[in-house]
Design a binder for this molecule. Structure first.
Ligand code: GLP
Length: 262
């Protein structure tokens, strides 16, 4: 597992966007052989989305042969709800790049049959050839997508009940009222993320520092879903100095040394 510690969020976002654009360009996707990209919502990826939009507008990368699968969606929110993840992705990324809407996938939060919807989502990922690169963020408790602590490390796409901690954290988008945050969501599983050929997680800010410390310096545990990356053959965590604050001095020095970041 690589850990890239950048001195601020802007630099972490720029590095990540350059990396993703480079991976897409090196893959040279075509209609019959699209690049399959997994994507998150949240504040953490916003800087990356801004940089990728700029790169697309500057002709440095194209998404015309990119297929995307998002990590999760609230259960019970229609796609045009201002806080649905479909709306978030359209507003913050898809509408500003040259991607075909039909190539963007997000679980349907309005399904009346979550089990069937989740099975179909897994099948769609498989039919697309699997995910080449899964970008993600984490919650302050170390969750990936909506896989809360205690989730099986081999879990697949399914409906999950959100913790109070997560509903409080996400209430900032729901008039500050945790009761307005849906209590359930559809989410890819940790096993689904781990199946991606590469996983890249962005971690920013002091509120994520304890989760990052547990994931990097602790053992693999379902209590910190992010720690699953320790067993992935091709995983990268990109963070900023604030998120690295709980890591040991020696750990920070080690990763900065091998990554040539100082
Ligand atoms: C939600 C999403 C996660 C995301 C997390 C952190 O819970 N389901 O996928 O990583 O929020 O969001 P933020 O980046 O805004 O801190």
């Amino acid at each position: 597992m690589r850990l890239l510690i950048h001195n601020n969020y802007e630099n972490a976002s720029r590095w990540t966007a350059d990396y993703i654009a480079g991976r897409i360009n090196a893959f040279a996707p075509e209609q019959a052989r699209p690049f399959v990209l997994g994507l998150p919502t949240g504040s953490s990826p916003l800087g990356v989305y801004r940089q990728l939009i700029a790169a697309c507008k500057a002709g440095k990368v194209s998404f015309s042969h990119v297929t995307t699968f998002n990590m999760d969606e609230y259960l019970g929110l229609p796609p045009d709800h201002p806080q649905s993840y479909r709306r978030f992705m359209d507003d913050n990324f898809f509408s500003a790049i040259d991607i075909k809407t039909g190539n963007t996938h997000i679980p349907n939060g309005m399904t009346t049959n979550p089990e069937e919807e989740c099975g179909a989502y897994e099948q769609a990922i498989k039919s697309a050839g699997g995910i080449e690169l899964f970008m993600g963020g984490i919650g302050s408790n170390g969750h990936i997508a909506f896989n809360e602590p205690g989730s099986s490390l081999t879990s697949r796409t399914r409906a999950m009940t959100l913790t109070t901690e997560t509903r409080i954290a996400n209430s900032r988008f729901f008039d500050g009222d945790p009761q307005k945050v849906p209590s359930r969501a559809l989410t890819v599983g940790i096993g689904t993320v781990m199946d991606a050929r590469e996983v890249l997680i962005i971690v920013s800010g002091r509120q994520k520092a304890r989760a990052l410390q547990a994931a990097v310096e602790g053992g693999v545990s379902h209590w910190c879903p992010l720690s699953c990356l320790q067993t992935h053959p091709n995983a990268i965590i990109v963070c900023d100095d604030e998120a690295a604050e709980e890591l040991k001095y020696g750990t920070v020095k080690y990763f900065k040394d091998i990554e040539n970041l100082n």
